[in-house]
Design a binder for this molecule. Structure first.
Ligand SMILES: [Zn+2]
Ligand SMILES: [Zn+2]
Length: 421
């Protein structure tokens, strides 16, 4: 029987650039993402003919952003859920629009990936030669999955980005792993943190946003187009936020894709109703109208790296009546992180002091240290634990938890390293 080796082709020491190659009698590549720097950073190259199967855990660019490079010439069979392909298309198109000059591929190459894609749903099995693949719901964004790979007598789990907490938009991660694992590749984004109780945070968010609007201000919620924008909309709907809500930019298209995939969201009817009620902005002219009256605006991008949110914040930052609610992960060096840490905004190369209120309310789509403990508690057997997808602080925290509290053999792999399972 062949040896089974995992190669870490991306940067496991970052929240970004996920890429894992599992090599036994067949070669399986899981995720091929970028780090969203300028220019974007890519994983280590793999010759496409070397890969027998390509799997995508979900549609975020740190998992999918480099995938079209595998399809410049080749035809590798790919496996993912239907929303992952559809949301992936939306995000890749936008990525090409914003960063096309740095990218070694074009839209046609993504289409080649799409043409080679087989859809797999949760708890169903896909076999190719002697390799078996199963997806489990990861609870992270609609269509996201954990991947179980069975190859040459080894059973390997990749958690992908995972959420064990209930959200308005979707179900929690499925931790019914049933059999023993030999290896687990696990994310660690918030392994060093404990999230505040979700319901309490929801109440605080809605109450604060209402106060802003009642005082004549605008509450701007920069949010990731996929998942977070819809989650925010559902929170406002459930908590009966009674003022104008506007959604802008790519969040609108993402919502439409989700509504076409009812099996992957928790409550299709509620999302449909909530979406119907809000103002939708598609054109520049309408944006000018929106900022003339009090209300709440949901607009990507979540870290203020581009998109409609940048237009709005440039118009709103000077007025103390307005407020900006950062509701997701803010990567080091991103405009959102700079806003949080220094209350500064870069406008046309000049730093401006932000007068509007700034709130950080983390409605995370990643689980925290307690949730990761739950994942570890659900594992059977004595798998080796490979800790990835975290800043150093998170990775070290999970390393300690996995090895000291749970007695697992744990590793913090670095770019290019290989481990035999
Ligand atoms: Zn993700
Ligand atoms: Zn990720």
């Amino acid at each position: 029987m062949s040896r089974v080796v995992i190669s870490f082709l991306g940067d496991p020491d970052k929240v970004g650039r996920a890429a894992y190659l599992i090599r036994g009698s067949k070669s399986i590549l899981i995720d091929y993402g970028v780090e969203l720097t300028k220019p974007p950073k890519f994983p280590i190259l793999v010759p496409p003919h070397y890969i027998d199967l390509f799997i995508l855990s979900h549609s975020h660019l740190d998992h999918i952003g480099a995938a079209p490079t595998l399809y410049l010439h080749g035809n590798i069979p790919a496996l993912m859920t239907k929303p992952t392909l559809e949301l992936g298309e939306l995000l890749i198109k936008d990525f090409i629009k914003l960063s096309g000059e740095y990218l070694p591929y074009e839209y046609l190459d993504f289409m080649n990936l799409a043409n080679n894609t087989h859809f797999l749903t949760y708890k169903k099995n896909f076999s190719i030669n002697d390799v078996s693949i199963t997806f489990l719901d990861a609870g992270h964004i609609p269509g996201s999955c954990q991947v179980i790979v069975e190859i040459d007598g080894k059973r390997i789990l990749y958690t992908g980005d995972i959420n064990t907490y209930d959200t308005r938009l979707q179900n929690v991660a499925d931790l019914n792993y049933e059999e023993e694992f030999d290896a687990v590749i696990i994310e660690s984004t918030y392994a060093a943190d404990v999230h505040p109780p979700r319901k309490k945070l929801e109440r605080l968010f809605v109450k604060t946003a209402e106060e802003v609007v009642e005082d004549g201000g605008i509450a701007l919620v920069p949010a990731f187009a996929v998942g977070r924008s819809q989650e925010i909309l559902l929170i406002l709907y459930h908590r009966k936020f009674s003022y104008n809500i506007t959604m802008d930019g790519m969040a609108l298209e993402a919502t439409k894709i989700l509504l076409n995939n009812p099996g992957y969201i928790k409550n299709y009817k509620v999302l449909k109703k909530a979406f119907k009620k809000i103002r939708k902005v598609y054109r520049w002219k309408e944006r000018k109208k929106v900022i003339k009256e009090p209300g709440l605006i949901i607009a990507p991008a979540g870290m203020l790296g581009g998109g409609a949110a940048v237009y709005y914040i440039n118009k709103l930052y000077k007025d103390p009546k307005n407020a900006i609610f950062l509701v997701g992960y803010q990567a080091p060096g991103s405009p959102g992180r700079n806003l949080l840490e220094a209350r500064k905004l870069k406008i046309e190369e000049r730093e401006k002091e932000v007068v509007a209120s700034i709130y950080y309310m983390q409605f995370s789509a990643h689980t925290d240290s307690n949730g990761l403990k739950k994942v570890l508690s659900s594992l059977r057997g004595d798998p080796k634990i490979y800790i990835v997808h975290g800043e150093r602080r998170g990775r070290e925290a999970l390393y300690r938890i996995a090895s000291e509290e749970y007695g697992f053999k744990a590793y913090m792999p670095m770019t290019g390293e290989k481990y035999e399972v």
